[in-house]
Design a protein around this ligand. Structure first.
Ligand code: PEP
Ligand code: MG
Length: 757
């Protein structure tokens, strides 16, 4: 790496040195802020330098200025989002404008006297991803600020952030970024991500490494330090990959391997080195790049990008610890009933804790397909995510109850809540015991009807549940996860190997493979995608597959090869028209021909089916059923489209029920038509795993239900306690009812008839 040749960096380093002297010098925080404002104005040759600090209520208050009227200090206030200064805070992005007053966002404040200044450059004062304030310079003439000048002001803002956070320039109750945890009991609701019920002691993951030395005069040495720390870090990851939990192939290993690749990302390293050349120490440079990434990308909704932010966040944390605490290594000792609490977790972080002692993890962020979720499930650690405001409400040492079945967390519970929770834990153990006892009992109703109970799976690790639930097979294998956790496209050989392993684990039980359901929020790193207004109704699943047939053909080829000599069932998702199924089926036929022509072994039998998720397809059943071997209802998507109600929108949660008469009528027509055509019919959406809904499905004529492993026991208990004839009779009348949901009626029915739901 090259040294300090650039004159801009020399200037930046001088500014930082003087800044350090002021910060280490005497005087009140206010006096030092005043000096800093003058220093920055002088060094950056600006007439004005102003420091705005964010107060409670999202107010930005002018705390110090060189150049604006002194009496505006502590009087001029803007809301975050108001004017250019507010814009910088809201977006956590710098702005640099030669003609600021011409900008539509410019908000004129007469008390400041700023009408005399044309150009403006503002940068956010960032710390730990939060915007603490805004640092602004202004010039009288129309000045075009260079990228280098923006960089310099950003670096200065970072040093300023440490000072603002470290001094008590605001009164205690406004210390916005170190919110005082409330000591009262609290109940938080989030998203259940890895199942289990447990109680333990909070261990708040300490993310923030204290950086003692922000500045350095020798970039060469700092760059070397970063390189050395990165080498140590990749060494640690290699050691983690050698751990027994990761010895076998599977998505959790892919996750770590991909993460390790990111550690060698050149763009990231380049940005760190650039920050070093502006005069920061290695650790301050890492911190700065991390803060910027977090502030700019933290708000994105794109699932893939959010994952990358988490990856880099974990990397940055590890690198920081490596630099600051040097040689910190191995597994951290934790209390033996630890509930780990963090904003988010990178894929490798769970491995840093003693496995037996980690009882649960709860997160402010987190999502179903997040890499950390996959690792938590592989390790069998209960996980609840999306707990809003978690970190400001809990402290290390607090008692925590985690219900990862329902996504509920209790902080500092009172005696009564704890006692109830312990009862729920005991009841759950007893229930699990009962379900284990049902394992070898047939899934047959009291009036002698067999009900096929199948598993939904998406991870190799899920296949173990075939054994412990005694499920008949896999009714839905979601194939997208192995594609999503890798940084590169898995070629035909890798896919073949993977599907063969799934079939090996199934030990002869049938598996229905669903072809890739990507697009929308399931983004593949190596497939160009553009953002869509309605991703669920956008370019996804079979729509992509038919437009990019090579990808589907590769997948089908791999499935055919992996199933050589065995049975293969393939199902196409999001089919809206018969012609789409025909096109997909043609590709399957082509691939079968190809394999046969080469003289390679083919599957013993091949069945092609359709997932019914788009309502329009139900109006084409007559033609569809002539062509397809089986049909599976994806009720999750189907219901969102029937009601035009986004399944992921929390505001619509609970508004429409799958047990609405409209849905049940819709499903009944499908069941009747499939019954007449003698076509195999399954439900594989979430409703199949809910005992009350499953009971209704039996009443409508459904006999095959595919669900997550944990639901097999409860649904089997329902099946074994029901006489189907009764529910068929019962449903005849209320299907015409105008009520929004039949759930309460069905519950009452179950209770009256001794059906376990
Ligand atoms: C469904 O839509 O019901 C379904 C099973 O598919 P997914 O949940 O994967 O979209
Ligand atoms: Mg679906």
């Amino acid at each position: 790496m090259t040294g300090p040749a650039n004159p801009g960096w020399v200037g930046a380093r001088r500014l930082l040195r003087r800044l350090r002297d002021i910060m280490a010098g005497p005087g009140t925080a206010q006096a030092r802020l005043d000096l800093i404002a003058s220093l920055i104005a002088r060094e950056l040759v600006a007439e004005v330098c102003s420091i705005y600090v964010r107060r409670a209520g999202d107010v930005l208050e002018l705390f110090a200025t060189e150049g604006l009227r002194p009496d505006a200090v502590h009087n001029t206030r803007l809301l975050v989002g108001e004017g250019l200064v507010g814009f910088v805070a809201a977006q956590a992005m710098p702005v640099a404008l030669a003609d600021a007053q011409a900008h539509p966002l410019f908000a004129f404040r007469p008390e400041t006297g700023e009408e005399r200044y044309s150009s403006l450059m503002g940068v956010p004062v960032l710390r730990g991803g939060h915007v603490l304030g805004v640092l602004v310079i202004q010039n009288r003439t129309q000045r075009s600020y260079t990228d280098e000048e923006v960089e310099t002001l950003e670096t200065t803002a970072m040093v300023l952030a440490e000072m603002i956070a470290g001094s008590n320039i605001m009164s205690g109750d406004e210390a916005r970024f170190d919110a005082v945890p409330e000591a009262l009991p609290q109940r938080l609701e989030g998203l259940p991500l890895s199942p289990g019920l447990t109680l333990g002691t909070a261990l708040v993951q300490s993310r923030r490494v204290t950086i003692e030395r922000m500045l350095s005069d020798d970039p060469e040495i700092e760059e070397q330090r970063v390189r050395k720390a990165l080498d140590a870090l990749t060494g640690q990851l290699d050691a983690a990959l050698d751990r027994p939990e990761f010895s076998e192939t599977g998505e959790h290993r892919d996750v770590l391997e991909t993460f390790r690749m990111f550690a060698e990302d050149r763009g990231w390293l380049r940005r760190i080195n650039e920050a070093i050349r502006t005069g920061l120490s290695a650790e301050a440079a890492v911190q700065r790049v991390q803060d910027e990434t977090r502030a700019r990308l933290g708000q994105v909704s794109d699932a893939y990008l959010r994952e990358r932010v988490l990856d880099f966040e974990e990397l940055a944390n590890r690198l920081l610890r490596q630099l600051v605490e040097s040689e910190q290594d191995g597994v951290a000792a934790i209390p033996e009933d630890a509930v780990l609490i963090a904003r988010s977790l990178g894929p490798g972080e769970l491995l840093n804790y003693e496995p037996g002692n980690l009882k649960a993890v709860i997160l402010e962020d987190g999502s179903v397909n997040a890499h950390a979720t996959i690792v938590a499930r592989a390790l069998g650690v209960p996980l609840v995510g999306r707990l809003d405001g978690l970190l400001s409400r809990v402290e290390t040492g607090d008692e925590v109850l985690v219900d990862a079945e329902n996504g509920v967390v209790y902080l500092r519970p009172g005696d009564e809540v704890r006692a109830n929770f312990e009862m729920a834990m005991a009841a759950r153990s007893a229930r699990l015991e009962v379900y284990r006892g049902l394992r070898d009992e047939p899934p047959e109703t009291r009036d002698g009807t067999h009900v096929g109970l199948l598993l939904n799976a998406g991870l190799l690790a899920d296949m173990n549940h075939l054994e412990d639930t005694a499920a008949e097979g896999v009714g839905l294998y979601r194939t997208e996860i192995p594609f999503m956790v890798r940084a590169t496209y898995p070629d035909v050989a890798a896919q073949t190997d993977f599907y063969a392993r799934v079939l090996d684990e199934a030990e002869g039980r049938p598996v229905v493979f669903r072809t890739l359901d990507i697009g929308g929020d399931k983004v593949l790193p190596y497939l160009q995608s553009s953002s869509e207004d309605n991703p669920a109704m956008g370019w996804r699943a079979s729509r992509i597959a038919l437009d990019r047939p090579a990808m589907l053909r590769h997948q089908l080829r791999a499935l055919i090869t992996a199933s050589a000599g065995r049975d293969l069932s393939v199902m196409f998702p999001m089919i809206a028209q018969v012609a789409e199924f025909d096109a997909a089926k043609r590709l399957l036929d082509l691939e079968i021909e190809r394999v046969a022509k080469r003289g390679d072994p083919v599957p013993r039998s091949i069945r092609a089916g359709v997932m019914l998720e788009v309502p329009a397809l139900a109006l084409q059943l007559e033609n569809l059923l002539l062509r397809t071997d089986f049909l599976s209802i994806g009720s999750n998507d189907l219901v969102q489209f029937l009601f035009a109600s986004d399944r992921g929108n929390p505001r619509l949660e609970g508004r429409y029920d799958v047990l609405a008469p409209a849905v049940l009528n819709f499903l009944k027509n499908i069941a009747d038509t499939c019954g007449d055509a003698d076509t195999e019919l399954t439900v594989c959406g979430e409703m199949a795993g809910d005992p009350v809904s499953a009971m209704a499905l039996l009443g409508l004529g459904y006999r095959r239900l595919s669900m997550s492993p944990a639901n097999i026991g409860p649904v089997k208990a329902m099946v074994r306690s029901i006489a189907i004839g009764n529910v068929v009779d019962y449903l005849n009348v209320p299907l015409q009812s105008p009520v929004p949901s039949l759930r309460p009626h069905l519950r009452a029915f179950a209770q009256d008839h001794g059906i376990e739901v």
